[in-house]
Design a binder for this molecule. Structure first.
Ligand code: AMP
Ligand code: ZN
Length: 462
């Protein structure tokens, strides 16, 4: 398997620390607001990495953090006049619901920063002891001048002049600089923990070092994030982890490219800060959004526009239609069938090749279309292969098929209706009642009544 490693700037052969196993750490969300669709692009990338390794037979341990204490979460809790925990758990729930809607598998371990304060204190204490961290009036800082490899990941040059400025504390905000491991709090601050160095709370980057090493060991196979995290977050993670252990922190660093909206960076001030609910409102199913995301390589920046995603949804609907056709025609048993079976082996090999080539999902999707259109392959075999490939793509084909099979005998139901019903079922499972109701209305407007029977739903034409 080949992975583009940001640390070396090269596509490399993946060598796991332990044969047949892989530990993956994902930088997760800061839960002070709902996730936007850019965050969700990165979440789909994390899911894709996990699914490919599982498909290849690895024992995967996927770990993701939830940043539930930092300046933004604390500010939000003050604004809302709620406790930090009340605010962060609320947005954590909403984030996990988005993952469900997008058919993203929940990481094996989802770790909250506030459950690992002790580990962060221990790391900070170890760095103080080694003389790599130092106290100031407002906290404990990591001295980047004491860590020779600082900035390697982000290709930041730390020349003699910069070291000098760092030492004298005369650098600009954008420059590499010493960073806080622990921030002292003021009297009356509610969010604070006792520590040997004084009451306070952790700096931002220490949580990922502490949790990654606790869950996956001192050296981690793969660490992922969006490209914005290269510097300073991941740069600082490497410095503080390696300064403590003396070992390489991460073997493969993977970074996903950003998503823009109508060619602009997403920002609340620009009014283009879109959430999953906003695109569902525009009649785009979460699974169609996922399909559209898979048509770009994770290294390429993508530009979201409703037109582009709607075009993706149309293709997705055609894919579902073809898949349902292949899956519901009676099997033909003759020589021709045997012949077609040989053909199908090639697709499986080709599929493996593209997913193992640095997770080339656009090629995987292209291959799916090639298979769909291939007259030499039996429908039944097409159906089986699509189901198999969907373990990686995660487009929910099994669920769609189950729906179609129970209903098509008397009257076929259009795939977009099924997609809506699936989205409603998902929302219901996640207790997003408002969303579920809106989707029920949408179905009714399209002439379908939805009933919940014994934990399953049934569609009936009105
Ligand atoms: P945050 O909640 O800001 O900590 O971000 C959670 C994850 O989303 C991180 O891995 C970020 O790198 C990623 N991310 C933030 N903005 C975008 C964007 N516009 N496109 C893609 N990923 C993003
Ligand atoms: Zn992180």
């Amino acid at each position: 398997m080949k992975i583009y490693n940001t640390l070396t700037g090269k596509k490399e052969d993946f060598q796991p620390i332990k044969k047949g196993a892989v530990g993956i750490y994902n930088c997760g969300p800061t839960v002070y607001d709902m996730a936007h669709i850019g965050n969700l692009r990165t979440s789909v990338m994390y899911d894709m990495v996990r699914r490919v390794f599982e498909y290849e037979g690895y024992a995967v341990t996927q770990v993701m953090n939830i940043t539930d204490v930092d300046d933004k979460t604390i500010k939000r809790s003050r604004e809302e006049k709620k406790s930090l925990q009340e605010v962060t758990r609320h947005y954590e729930d909403l984030f996990l619901a988005d993952l469900h809607s997008l058919n993203i598998l929940i990481p094996h371990k989802v770790l909250r920063a506030t459950d690992h304060i002790k580990e962060m204190i221990d790391m900070t204490a170890a760095l103080l002891e080694k003389g790599i961290a130092y106290p100031t009036a407002d906290g404990i800082y990591f001295s980047i001048g004491m860590f020779p490899g600082y900035g390697k990941l982000a290709n930041i040059k730390l020349d003699a002049e910069v070291r000098e400025r760092v030492a004298k504390d005369e650098y600009e905000k954008e420059n590499p600089r010493d960073f806080a491991l622990w921030k002292f709090t003021e009297k009356g601050d509610e969010v604070a923990w006792d520590s040997p160095f004084g009451k306070g709370r952790p700096g931002w980057s220490i949580e990922c070092s502490a949790m990654a090493m606790k869950a996956l060991g001192e050296t981690v196979d793969i660490h992922t994030g969006g490209s914005d995290l290269l510097f300073p977050h991941h740069t600082n993670e490497i410095a503080q982890s390696e300064a403590v252990t003396g070992k390489k922190f991460v073997n493969y660093w993977m970074h996903g490219a950003f998503m823009n909206v109508n060619d602009e960076k997403m920002a609340k001030s620009k009014g283009n800060f879109l959430k999953l609910a906003d695109i569902v409102k525009a009649d785009i199913s979460p699974l169609a959004f996922r399909y559209w995301l898979l048509t770009s390589h994770y290294h390429s920046p993508v530009n979201f526009s409703f037109e582009a995603v709607k075009a993706g949804q149309n293709a997705f609907i055609r894919l579902i239609e073809a898949f349902i056709d292949f899956s519901t025609v009676p099997a033909i048993h003759d020589d021709h069938h045997h012949h077609a079976h040989l053909e199908s082996v090639d697709y499986k090999v080709e599929f493996n090749n593209v997913i193992n080539d640095d997770f080339n999902m656009p090629e995987a999707v292209a291959l799916v279309w090639k298979l769909i259109k291939d007259p030499a392959v039996e429908p039944m075999d097409k159906s089986a292969m699509l189901m198999d490939f969907d373990k990686v793509l995660g487009l929910g084909l099994a669920g769609i098929l189950a729906m179609a099979k129970s209903e098509t005998l008397s009257e076929p139901i259009a795939p977009e209706i099924i997609a809506l019903a699936e989205a409603r079922e998902e929302a219901r499972k996640n207790k997003e009642w408002e969303k579920a109701d809106a989707l029920r209305k949408e179905l009714e407007e399209r002439g379908y009544e939805v009933k919940d029977v014994e934990g399953e739903y049934r569609l009936k034409k009105k």
